[in-house]
Ligand binder design. Structure first.
Ligand SMILES: Nc1ncnc2c1ncn2[C@@H]1O[C@H](COP(=O)(O)OP(=O)(O)O)[C@@H](O)[C@H]1O
Ligand SMILES: [Mg+2]
Length: 294
């Protein structure tokens, strides 16, 4: 009798679990990104502090929604507009660069290119973290091939070899990083005077690469760092792991993710503190702040 009861209970329990599992799998299939072929490029979860976390994605009624980690300070261009209209200072830029290179080194280790490095895809948060986003369009590389022939990414930051539709690889992201550095240090996009794509393609591929403006107070090491990133010959650009040990970064105490994050955190605290003071000052004066507009 007890044995029959036991089996009855066992089978009841077993079927309950079985049907729950079937239901769960059906739910998963319904929301599964692989439902849609266009989603095959989406990144899988990765464990790198310099890349935004990917939480999942949904495809419903012809729309794709991607859930990623929220970075409360927004992107580098927004941070510059809000806090550093005259450009970001070297120590902070070194801390930002270290974290970006860490992300690129991780992607390289995973055989992925980013392919769309630009200020809008570099995000910051109030913990001092700097993370790359939109690496979902990065293409997974075959171990042995390691070169791409496809066009993805923002034209403005493309390396000469990409513009020329030649084979390109990880060093292409380093070129983009070089342009981002000049832009962040001066708050001016290096090719800002050029307005047509053809002219830009010609300038990027034929003219000497852009440099930091001379006699603008930047250190020699910073000039050298930028020049290395912007070598026209991709094989002359150092890889991310090599750049992580560069003297310029070391001179600003950026030799680990911890030190780079702490440096950014100090800066962000300073910015937010100053901003809050300004906002409360404006409010206290009773004015709309409109008179302070540039
Ligand atoms: N995870 C995020 N957290 C906070 N802000 C974000 C995040 N992702 C994107 N943004 C902001 O939204 C803007 C638009 O992003 P996106 O759609 O990727 O276009 P783009 O990269 O071309 O600017 C970014 O420039 C950035 O300022
Ligand atoms: Mg983006």
């Amino acid at each position: 009798m007890t044995l029959t009861l036991f089996f009855q209970f066992f089978f009841q329990f077993f079927f309950q679990i079985f049907f729950q599992l079937v239901f769960f799998v059906m739910l998963l299939c319904y929301f599964n990104p692989l439902h849609c072929n266009a989603l095959h490029f989406l990144p899988t979860q990765c464990d790198c502090h310099a890349l935004v976390k990917f939480h999942g994605c949904f495809y419903r009624e012809g729309k794709i929604s991607v859930a990623i980690e929220y970075m409360n300070l927004g992107s580098l261009d927004q941070v510059m507009d809000r806090f550093a209209p005259q450009g970001i200072r070297e120590p902070e830029l070194a801390a930002i660069t270290f974290q970006c290179l860490w992300g690129l080194a991780y992607l390289k280790h995973e055989h992925r290119l980013h392919r769309d490095i630009k200020p809008q895809n570099i995000l910051l948060n109030s913990d001092g973290r700097v993370k790359l986003t939109d690496f979902g369009i990065s293409k997974e590389l075959e171990n042995s091939i390691g070169k791409c022939m496809t066009i993805v990414g923002t034209f403005k930051y493309m390396s000469p070899e990409r513009i020329l539709a030649e084979k390109y690889s990880y060093s292409s992201d380093i070129w983009s990083m070089g342009l981002v550095l000049i832009e962040c240090a001066t708050n001016a996009y290096p090719y800002s005077g050029i307005h047509s794509m053809i002219e830009m393609a010609q300038t990027v591929t034929e003219a000497a690469p852009p440099t930091l403006p001379p006699q603008s107070g930047f250190t020699e090491q910073f000039h050298e760092f930028v020049d290395m990133c912007l070598k026209k010959d991709p094989s002359e650009r150092p890889v991310a792991t090599k750049l992580l040990g560069n003297e310029w970064l070391k001179s600003h105490q950026c030799s680990t993710m911890k030190s780079a994050t702490n440096q950014c955190k100090g800066w962000v605290d300073e910015l937010l503190g100053v901003n809050q003071q300004n906002e409360s000052g404006d409010g206290g004066g009773g004015g709309s702040g409109g008179s302070k507009k540039k």
